[in-house]
Design a protein around this ligand. Structure first.
Ligand SMILES: [Zn+2]
Length: 280
């Protein structure tokens, strides 16, 4: 079973229109003072400030808004990012440090491998994953999806050889890079497969996939995907698909977690419905 494929299945997932990134960077004059200051404090965005140096920017804000204002801005910088409307909402990934989320999001579209590396670094730093279990100690972005079945976001396989554990090869395809949340849940889904490959006895594919998908639902408050109706529909279908393929013994073993996961999905969809009604 060493060539067994494990993939994150996502039937019927449609591509959304890519989010427009970098709008604020194109129009520095429209940046609010808080964003302007934070941009000034970040080396990599200095060019977006139209030549203004960090010191000049600080001085400008101090002169126009006062010293106390500047100090207030500098202290809770990450919290302030979260509270800002619009794009801030897409950054709400409670399971990751806000700084990491911001960096990953910056790389999502222009440097997927960097986004993936930043995410795995953030997760390995918190005991979530152990990169030494992976061939080359890395997960690899692949633009070419031809090696993945349609709708699959990632793929985990075990390196050739004898005995276990052996290093695993994890590749992540472009569909996972729609948002930090999508990438996070994909990486952890594949990580579950890495752990499964380390066990001496192989379970059925349905069991392995159900377990990996259960992680996604059970941790939906960490990935932030509970606010994504398309995702809720998708993971609901994935869960049921694998659930229906379990053996009777597996069904008995997994029933409690499955029922709890279904309840989580139902609650999240209810909350979204209520929110939609409230917005009318
Ligand atoms: Zn899978």
């Amino acid at each position: 079973m060493s060539s067994r494929r494990k993939t994150r299945k996502a039937p019927g997932k449609q591509h959304e229109t890519p989010r427009r990134r970098g709008e604020a960077e194109d129009r520095p004059a429209e940046l609010p003072p808080a964003a302007l200051l934070r941009a000034a404090l970040r080396e990599e965005t200095r060019s977006h400030l139209d030549g203004a140096s960090r010191a000049d920017t600080l001085l400008l804000i101090q002169q126009t808004r006062g010293n106390a204002y500047v100090q207030r801005l500098m202290q809770p910088a990450t919290a302030a990012i979260q509270r800002e409307g619009g794009r801030g909402a897409s950054r709400a990934v409670p399971g990751l440090p806000a700084e990491a989320v911001e960096q990953i999001e910056t790389h999502l579209s222009n440097d997927p491998q960097a986004a993936l590396d930043r995410l795995t670094a953030a997760l390995s730093g918190r005991g979530g994953i152990d990169l030494s279990f992976l061939a080359g100690e890395t997960m690899t972005y692949v633009a070419d999806k031809s090696g993945m079945a349609p709708g699959h976001y990632g793929h985990t396989s075990i390196t050739p050889g004898d005995g276990r554990p052996r290093p695993c090869i994890v590749v992540v395809g472009p569909d996972a890079f729609q948002s930090v949340s999508d990438l996070y849940t994909t990486v952890m889904h594949e990580w579950k497969h890495v752990l499964q490959f380390r066990k001496p006895d192989a379970a059925t594919e349905a069991m392995d996939e159900l377990e990996a998908s259960l992680w996604e639902v059970e941790n939906i408050d960490q990935t932030g995907l509970g606010r994504d109706l398309d995702y809720l529909k998708r993971i609901s279908g994935v869960l049921d698909n694998w659930w229906n393929l379990l053996t009777p013994e597996e069904t008995a073993a997994m029933k409690q977690r499955y029922v709890s996961a279904r309840a989580i999905i139902t609650r999240k969809r209810f909350e979204l419905d209520e929110k939609a009604k409230g917005n009318k």
